[in-house]
Design a protein around this ligand. Sequence first.
Ligand code: NAG
Length: 404
Amino acid sequence: MLFAPLLLLLAANHADANLIKRASGFAARQTKSLARDLRVAFGGVLPRSDAQHVIYCKGSAGALAQAASSGAASGTTKKPTATGTAPGLTATSAWHLTQAYAGANFFDGWEFWDTADPTHGVVNYVSQADGEAANLVNVNAAGNAIMRVETTPKVASVRKSIRITTKKTFDGGLVIMDAVHMPTGCATWPAFWSNGPNWPIGGEIDIVEGVNDYTNNQATIHTGPGCNLPSDNPGKLGVSATAVLGGTDCAAATSGNAGCGMRSPSSVSFGAAFNGNGGGVYAMLWNSDGISVYFFERGSVPSDIDAGAPQPKTWGLPMGHWPASTCDPWKFFYKHVAIFDTTLCGDWAGSAWGSSGIPGQEASCAARTGFSTCEAFVQASGSAFNEAYWEVKSVKFYNTTTPL
Ligand SMILES: *[C@@H]1O[C@H](CO)[C@@H](O)[C@H](O)[C@H]1NC(C)=O
């Protein structure tokens, strides 16, 4: 793979060459994000023609300046107050819509990533034109955006898949994603997430993520040095998560890039169970309190969200929260783009092929499928990917007229 030698080089530079050799899912989770780093780090030098790296290159100078100035201040820096009267502001919510991706024009605001998967999955990410031609991308009769994986019965190596990134960046606010279906099943590794330039300096927020047959979402942040959790006790953090995964040091360089993850208590928050329940709504709130992720299963979505007038203060405990007191949300996160992807096998789903004992994964995928490797299963089992699709009703970005 193109990225493999570069991954080795970067790992060596970080004096942690063992990082990429560990076989556990934990290490896989680490290398997965390290690979994302490479996408950014080498975006300007690799011979690629996609527009993706242009966003990062453009953003990096200002982003670095912002990081430097934030770093000079002590404590949590405040964002400038937003000004003006926003359209869409209602009497019942301080939040107003700034961007909406929904319906027939859903895909207009996204770039299609059509180069190699930085996380080493057995996928071929295709352009919008190629995706439409292969019936992998469309807006269905219900007005929902569909992103599929190729289901050709047998393939020699990789399956076509889709990865998209918002053209616009954001620095704080509220993101609400409503999906009725997400990719699931052995070999799949879907995610809805955001990240900034110059990874991990611009930060990464994994809002929806997991692999294989998982039923409980794992939300995770990855940052530059200096961002921590004050505790690994969910009760003390004020979250509904049942477990903090990866420890309390969220920095890539000093924690071996485990990141700070949190597992949802909801067994319908991810995968087949999410789909069976009609999906649900994820919200990511990024303000001066820190970063928070909320999940609402279908049937329990707050009416203020349905009304387009969100009131996060009324939502109760988030499933995940990374407080500003120990991780300045304006220093460790900036200029984020939102991303959907579905990869197969690769650094996480492939490494976890033989793992069990995670909610939804009572038996390993090796045991369930009878295939000893993830890659062999992918290549031989097209119909297994009939459920490996996103069906997204909307992604909406909200902002406030009061300081974030
Ligand atoms: C909210 O407003 C701030 C300040 O203008 C801006 O930096 C940020 O990107 C906005 N966020 C969203 C989600 O619109």
